[in-house]
Design a protein around this ligand. Structure first.
Ligand code: PAF
Length: 285
């Protein structure tokens, strides 16, 4: 089923739960629900998440919430792009039924939550090492969103996450398994621009020169996957690029994030600052 009408926007948790309950109850049988958590500033990458949710579920809800808990004090929380009107137009096109767009006060009425999800060992390496507390904040809000959206009536409940944030996806899967959350996690492949750059809401921070410079990230991942460069040479190539400061380039076992030899089954992960913008990307080898 394809929807082109403007989705209903819910602001409060109670309003969203009631709308979900009503819409699900109006659908025949044990209707399935797909939830796509986002921080807005939507692009075609989100389009793939929503469209897959549309294909697989009777009802599709998208949350749009820039979660302060997952930003460090020196990060871009304040200037993170917020484009609510454009988001709504895109969500109508992508086929969402409901949008949950709460304020910070609605999500955290008592201020910062006292109890948080701890991402553990896997949340302190790679992006977790560079962005302390980031994954605890991201998992805390994902946990809340899954609880808020959990259907009040029986039926499959699926949540959609992009493979670009490979470490986040792994941690969400671990949280769902470790806490026995009644939700099916659905990964969605990375979407790239024609030049190979992975789509990201942060790409809009890049000026034309930085955008060109950023292509060293997917280019180097491809060269690594093709065996044209070893890891050391790949790191050197990124380090040598103008305006690019490498944070990490690693090859890991995608289930554990432990270092792995480049080869089938391994995942290459990269993070780098391009100008003032931190970008991540990854490629299965
Ligand atoms: O990947 C994101 O956009 C965010 O980390 C998420 C999952 C919406 C939680 O804020």
């Amino acid at each position: 089923m394809t929807t082109t009408s403007t989705p209903r926007v819910c602001r409060g948790i109670g309003e969203f739960r009631a709308a979900l309950g009503e819409r699900l109850a109006a659908l025949p049988g044990e209707a399935s629900l797909g939830l796509v958590p986002t921080m807005g500033a939507l692009h075609e990458g989100h389009g793939h998440l929503v469209r897959l949710a549309r294909e697989e579920n009777a009802l599709v809800a998208v949350s749009v919430f820039v979660n302060p808990l997952q930003f460090g004090p020196d990060e871009d929380y304040e200037r993170y792009p917020r484009t609510p009107e454009a988001d709504l137009e895109l969500l109508a096109r992508f086929g969402a039924d409901l949008v949950f767009a709460p304020t910070v006060e609605q999500m955290y009425p008592d201020g910062e939550p006292l109890v948080r999800v701890t991402s553990g060992r896997l949340g302190t390496v790679l992006d977790g090492a560079s962005r302390p507390g980031h994954f605890d904040g991201a998992l805390t809000v994902v946990n809340k969103l899954l609880n808020i959206a959990a259907p009040p009536v029986p039926g499959p409940f699926r949540a959609y996450f992009g493979e670009k944030d490979a470490q986040q996806l792994l941690l969400v899967r671990r949280m769902v398994a470790d806490f026995d959350l009644p939700v099916i996690v659905r990964p969605v492949p990375i979407v790239r621009d024609a030049d190979g750059l992975a789509l990201s809401s942060r790409n809009r921070y890049l000026d034309a020169g930085q955008r060109r410079a950023a292509l060293v990230l997917p280019g180097t991942l491809r060269a690594l996957a093709a065996g044209e460069l070893d890891l050391e040479a790949a790191r050197a190539r990124i380090d040598a690029a103008d305006q690019v400061r490498l944070d990490y380039l690693v090859v890991v076992d995608p289930r554990t994030l432990a270092p792995a030899a480049p080869g089938p089954g391994a995942l290459a992960l990269v993070a780098a600052h391009v100008g003032g913008t931190r970008l991540i990307d990854n490629l299965a080898l």
